[in-house]
Design a protein around this ligand. Structure first.
Ligand code: A2P
Length: 295
């Protein structure tokens, strides 16, 4: 891999991967094929994105050998009681025999009742982690690594007290308006790699028009998106998932530039006046999930 971060399993995770949250099934197959044909080696999806089949078709259409790709998917909140079956479904959908990384999507077991999405208070996500550990140990040929997503410090502390496998990754929202430095530092100390989702700030992001971002983009003659992806890629222990279904953007988004300490300090200052989250953990009905800015 051109630039990568080492996981606590010893495996290398390519620093830039293609995000596919909100990538429609009709567009994502092409996006994945195009990305892989043009140098991406890391694809991220989730059962909840309802596009695993098309992601799998894109991988196949690219002709890139499976072992040259780092592939992540996630256990859906609605499948926490049936993790083993959910893994089989994901493997079948993706048309692969193994995952490089399987994440618990949220520490929030959910159920559907009369079309409503409700927290399933009969389940504990810690039991789900134990199931994932069991499957990982029993089937190393199916899972190269396991991890979590949307875990705050508080939730990781609870997990680490009993875990027999330290999560390889915690995938969280990271961009200048949601830097989560304390969580990044905590994970780094524990040997957990961070993966940044929504590094551009997601759909319609004000960050792409932010004055500081534009100023730094002009200085290096790159796009605002390049600056935002590079900000995450320049953080130690962080990998990053820009999402796009547009060829030209997919091509451009994998460019990482070196930022100076001064650039980084300027970008970090954005949060003081323009804090936001694109994805609010409290949609699950489980509350803030320990994220201090989501009370
Ligand atoms: P699209 O997929 O239509 O190209 P994030 O990675 O933070 O979730 O942001 C994804 C959003 O940013 C999508 O709306 C995506 O649009 C858009 N996007 C992706 N790459 C770029 C880029 N290089 N310039 C501008 N917008 C981009």
């Amino acid at each position: 891999f051109s630039k990568s971060v080492k996981l606590n399993t010893g495996a290398e995770m390519p620093t830039v991967g293609l995000g596919t949250w909100k990538s429609q099934p009709g567009a994502v197959e092409h996006a994945v094929e195009f990305a892989l044909k043009n140098g991406y080696q890391h694809i991220d999806t989730a059962a909840a994105y309802a596009n695993e089949k098309e992601v799998g078709q894109g991988i196949k259409a690219s002709g890139v050998p499976r072992e040259s790709i780092f592939l992540t998917t996630k256990l859906d909140n609605f499948d926490q009681a049936t993790a083993e079956k959910a893994l089989e479904d994901s493997l079948n959908n993706l048309g692969t025999t193994y995952l490089d990384l399987w994440l618990m999507h949220w520490p929030a077991p959910m159920k559907r009742v009369d079309g409503k999405l409700l927290p399933d208070k009969t389940l504990d996500w810690l039991d789900t982690w134990k199931s994932m550990e069991k499957i990982y140990k029993a089937h190393p040929e199916k899972l190269k690594a396991i991890g979590v997503s949307n875990f705050s410090v508080e939730f990781l502390e609870r997990l680490l007290e009993v875990a027999t496998v330290v999560p390889a990754v915690n995938q969280i929202e990271l961009h200048p308006s949601c830097p989560q430095q304390e969580l990044v530092d905590f994970c780094t100390k524990k040997g957990i790699v961070l993966t940044a989702y929504s590094p551009l700030g997601s759909d319609g992001s004000p960050l792409l028009k932010n004055e500081t971002v534009l100023e730094i983009a002009t200085k290096y003659n790159v796009t605002p998106a390049n600056v935002l992806v590079s900000l995450q890629a320049n953080r130690p222990n962080v990998t990053v998932l820009p999402k796009s279904v547009t060829n030209e953007r997919i091509l451009s988004n994998k460019t990482i530039i070196d930022l100076t300490e001064e650039d980084i300090a300027k970008l970090q200052a954005i949060d003081k006046t323009h804090h936001f989250r694109a994805c609010h953990p409290d949609w699950t009905g489980w509350g803030s999930l320990g994220f201090p800015d989501c009370k």
